[in-house]
Design a binder for this molecule. Structure first.
Ligand code: ADP
Ligand code: MG
Ligand code: ZN
Length: 479
């Protein structure tokens, strides 16, 4: 029997506000533990939360960018549970009345566009962090850091519309790009500012009802999400094939073993006893404010991609990759401003640049080759200072050292030879060294010409202008 996976994702994204969601404490990452706390975010009796307007604005931005309806009335609710990093004994979240509903994100899968529904977006506060002792003396202890307690989050819940781990990966990349374009979240999965829980079930192909789902947690990269889903889909199919039933449960991804492990079953599921937080009034967002925010939205990936196709005459494929992150798009446009040949810039970015970055797992904004470097190199190639072949070496050298192309070419003596006298000298040597081949060529064996060109290039250490070499060699052999 053939099975089809059904996947829905819940993403928690940390909002880039300066202060926390219900108090004035700083949200700066990496400070000394418990230095960014106050009575409100440590849950002292009698303290009262006050909503951060900027956090609401950011959440509305996300709602608008994902085509959601911003609700005119939303309610903060208490989600009750005990955990040492949750000092109040409840987390303030939204439940029945979220901030935004019923939107979608468009993804591209194998050249086909597909809409993935967004069921709802709600705001909530983050919990603190537990740290377990690592030295022999501290191993008996766990420590709690409340700096993160009360940092604003949005939870973005997708519809059960994804049909493969690859689609889930695409959705996450697209969603992250939107958040980054909006400048409301860093989108760093490793640092936990963008976290994903994945719900997955399988069903026989053609079946219209959904199967029982499990929820996967603990993946801290896109790759892990895809791998965890692949594993879990296979596991569920195996269980069904054996005639057993899937148990609705939460499972943890174990990256060291590449498997998912049961964490808690339905019978252990929390009953959060949600109720409206009496310390916070319902949130009413006016049409005028929504409109104001809508006007302030930046150019988002879909629109930018269309513009790249129109304005720079790029193929759709190029435009898709170049707008996949804001940093890529900015890099491209900076470079084109300096070297106005969009397709050439695109080719170098999608080829050499991305290949090197991928090898080092670096993002484009950490690239030692800046748009100035790349544009400089392309200009030298265009005016003939360096050959296309040497450009590749210059690129590698720029990437390795961060030096400007002019400096590299100077120091390495890589300037292209355009001097016909010098090239003719090299040709003369090659002809003298290969009398037999020259004879073959003159008898009509065209094939050896390429070899002789190669020899001349070798003589000049790859620095001769290939077009000139071709012309001059042809002339010489004919004469
Ligand atoms: P909960 O609050 O228990 O997590 P939700 O209704 O918020 O439940 O749904 C959580 C996620 O699970 C959503 O992203 C939804 O698309 C997804 N989902 C729901 N049913 C299924 C299913 N049968 N298979 C896969 N995903 C599902
Ligand atoms: Mg859930
Ligand atoms: Zn505080």
């Amino acid at each position: 029997m053939e099975y089809e996976p059904v996947i829905g994702l819940e993403v928690h994204a940390q909002l880039l506000t300066c202060s926390k969601i219900f108090c004035g404490c700083s949200t700066t990452f990496g400070e000394e533990p418990n230095t960014q706390t106050c009575p409100v975010c440590t849950g002292q009796p009698g303290s009262l939360p006050v909503l951060n307007r900027k956090a609401v604005e950011f959440a509305i931005k996300i709602g608008l960018a994902t085509h959601c309806r911003i609700t005119s009335y939303s309610v903060f609710a208490r989600k009750n549970y005990f955990y040492p990093d949750l000092p109040k004994g409840y987390q303030i979240s939204m439940y029945e009345y979220p901030l935004a509903e019923d939107g979608f994100i468009e993804i591209t899968i194998q050249g086909m566009k597909k809409r993935i529904g967004i069921i709802r977006i709600h705001m909530e506060e983050d919990a603190g962090k537990l740290k377990h002792g690592e030295t022999p003396e501290t191993a008996r202890f766990s420590y709690v850091d409340f700096n993160r307690t009360g940092v604003p989050l949005v939870e973005i819940v997708s519809g059960p519309d994804l049909r493969s781990p690859q689609e889930a990966g695409e959705y996450l990349r697209r969603l992250r790009a939107i958040l980054q374009y909006l400048e409301v979240c860093t989108g760093d999965m490793e640092k936990g500012t963008f976290r994903c829980d994945a719900n997955v079930s399988v069903r026989p192909k053609g079946e219209t009802q959904f199967g029982t789902r499990t929820e996967l947690k603990n993946m801290n990269s896109f790759r892990h999400v895809e791998k965890a889903l692949e594993y879990e889909i296979k596991r569920q199919i195996r269980v069904l094939e054996e005639g057993e039933a899937i148990i609705q449960e939460t499972r943890l991804w174990d990256a060291s073993q590449n498997i998912t492990l049961s964490m808690r079953g339905k019978e252990e599921a929390h009953d959060y006893r949600y109720f409206p937080d009496p310390d916070l009034v319902p949130l009413k967002v006016g049409e005028d404010w929504i409109e104001e925010i809508r006007q302030s939205l930046p150019e988002l990936p879909d629109r930018k991609k269309e513009r790249f196709i129109q304005e720079y005459r790029l193929p759709e494929y190029d435009a898709e990759i170049l707008t996949s992150t804001k940093a890529m798009a900015n890099y491209f446009e900076s470079c084109v401003r300096l070297f106005p040949d969009p397709k050439t810039v695109s080719n170098w970015m999608m080829g050499d640049l991305l290949r090197e970055l991928k090898k080092d797992e670096r993002e484009v904004d950490q690239c030692p080759v800046t748009p100035q470097h790349l544009a400089g190199m392309l200009s030298m190639m265009k005016d003939g200072t360096i050959s296309g072949k040497l450009a590749k070496d210059v690129f590698e050298e720029m990437y390795r050292t961060g030096d400007l192309p002019e400096k590299i070419v100077q120091e390495k003596g890589w300037i292209q030879i355009l001097d016909t006298g010098e090239i003719e000298g090299a040709i003369k040597k090659v002809i003298q060294a290969n009398p037999k081949l020259v004879e073959d060529y003159q008898r009509g064996k065209e094939k050896v010409f390429g070899f002789l060109v190669g020899e001349v290039m070798k003589q000049t250490k790859g620095k001769a202008n290939p077009k000139l070499v071709n012309e001059l060699l042809r002339k010489k052999l004919k004469g």
